[in-house]
Design a protein around this ligand. Structure first.
Ligand SMILES: [Zn+2]
Ligand SMILES: [Zn+2]
Length: 457
């Protein structure tokens, strides 16, 4: 059993790992890098002999896990692709949207390698997808099996976004568990992960939040209280609230939080604006509400919250009206996205509020705003002039990723013979490496360097 990291650098980036188990070539995830452009944004699939992949697994539909899938399946048309039904529904929307984004980037930014795939390419890719539910043990043909002489897989709910799973592989008495992206605590919609609690020999673990300790006294309930107070204060001073959010996951959690505040009598029904992609994905959350493991399965977000759908054209003309919430993607306010364009009208206005509810890369426009001093000029886009930062800024922590403490405790509970640390920037991985090295003396803690094979046992 062996694993090769197919990413190009040790960072969150574009996830993909090649495992060889029982003579089968298995790929875990096939992401697209959120910050890199062109072919460099895709994992290095050329490290795998072409045409030899048996199976591909997609843990969930975020771009850093699924965005490179059509490129991989074009190279490996014989491979079966397994994911949950929820992930398949969302991935289809995300990948078609990605074609549109890449086509625009080709025109606007002159990236000639784009689009890396077409709408037809996405449809072709989707023909290889097979959906399996959480809790069913299957062989690599997708047939129910508990035969230990063949490689089998089983999905476990990961509590990160709709459809997200960790995957347990079993073969000849040995087990490998890949967490994908995980959250052990309940969010407003997603319930915490239900992962195996024993019998894991090799743990492949995400490390996203390894360099951010949980602040003393932190609780999600306190953060929600702060958020509702922040919104009320912003409205009382006659402004609007803009919240940059990811279209997938954070938008739906935010809508559910606002609904929760309303039914608890903490916030009136306020106009909410979201983008077109967010609306499509929220529709999938609603359609699959009673088939998913989540809180409030009866809650239909689009019906209850009735958000206004803001198109790419309208965002130029809509003003930040009083007592409205603009929950626009992208979460990091990447150039040309709704949140980036809309914020030009917000940033320099002391009456307006801008709230951050999740992680921003320090080099992204959202990261630059969060680091900027009051009145300092901030550049949102290289094509437009910097704007002095005058709006009111607040930061909240509603991460969809496990805290480093809960992930460390999970590894301590399992006591695997090997832990592979993935999906983290270097400081995050360093923290886990040290923490686990100290406390798991019989465990080999490994950081799989790009391209270098790691023996799994
Ligand atoms: Zn994710
Ligand atoms: Zn991820």
């Amino acid at each position: 059993m062996e694993l090769v990291n197919l990413t190009r650098r040790t960072e969150i980036g574009s996830n993909s790992y090649w495992m060889c188990v029982g003579g089968k070539n298995i790929i875990l995830d096939a992401g697209l890098h959120p910050k890199l452009e062109g072919l460099a944004a895709i994992p290095d699939f050329s490290r795998v002999p072409e045409g030899k992949v048996d199976v591909i697994f997609v843990t969930h539909a975020h771009q850093d896990h699924v965005g490179g899938l059509p490129v991989l399946t074009r190279r490996e048309p014989q491979a079966r692709v397994f994911m949950t039904e929820q992930t398949a529904r969302i991935a289809d929307v995300m990948l078609h949207n990605s074609v549109n984004v890449m086509t625009r980037q080709r025109e606007d930014d002159g990236i000639t390698e784009y689009p890396l795939f077409t709408h037809r390419g996405v449809d072709f890719c989707a023909q290889a997808w097979h959906t399996r539910p959480v809790g069913r043990r299957c062989n690599l043909l997708g047939e129910a099996s508990d035969d230990d002489a063949e490689v089998t897989f089983e999905f476990f709910d990961a509590g990160h976004i709709l459809g997200s799973v960790g995957i347990l592989f079993r073969y000849k008495g040995r087990t490998i568990f890949y967490t994908g992206d995980v959250n052990f605590e309940n969010q407003t919609l997603m319930q915490g992960a239900s992962f195996p609690e024993e019998g894991v020999d090799v743990l492949i673990m995400e490390t996203t939040r390894g360099d951010s300790p949980v602040p003393p006294g932190f609780s999600r309930a306190n953060e929600e209280d702060r958020l509702v107070r922040g919104i009320r204060r912003a409205f009382e001073s006659g402004g609007s609230v803009t919240i940059p959010v990811f279209a997938l996951g954070k938008t739906q959690e935010l809508l559910a939080m606002l609904w929760n505040m309303r039914i608890r009598g903490l916030l009136a029904h306020v106009p909410i604006y979201i983008g077109g992609l967010s609306t499509k994905i929220t529709g999938i959350y609603d359609a699959l509400a009673d088939t998913s493991i989540r809180s409030h399965p009866e809650l239909q977000l689009l019906q209850e919250m009735a958000p206004y759908v803001l198109s790419g054209n309208e965002v130029n003309t809509v003003a930040p009206r009083k007592k409205c919430i603009f929950a626009l993607s992208s979460g990091m306010m990447t150039e040309h996205t709704l949140s980036n364009i809309f914020c030009r009208k917000v940033l320099g206005d002391a009456n307006q509020s801008l709230f951050f509810v999740g992680y921003s890369d320090p080099e992204s426009p959202a990261g630059r705003i969060r680091r900027a001093a009051q009145d300092a000029p901030v550049s949102l886009d290289p094509d437009s002039s910097p704007i002095p930062l005058r709006c009111h800024i607040e930061e909240f922590q509603f991460s969809a990723h496990a805290s480093r403490e809960t992930l460390r405790n999970y590894a301590l509970l399992l006591k695997p013979s090997k832990v592979l640390l993935v999906h983290g920037d270097r400081p995050a991985i360093d923290w886990f490496q040290l923490a686990l090295f100290k406390e798991l003396t019989k465990t080999e803690v490994i950081v799989p360097e790009p391209g270098k094979p790691v023996k799994l046992g």
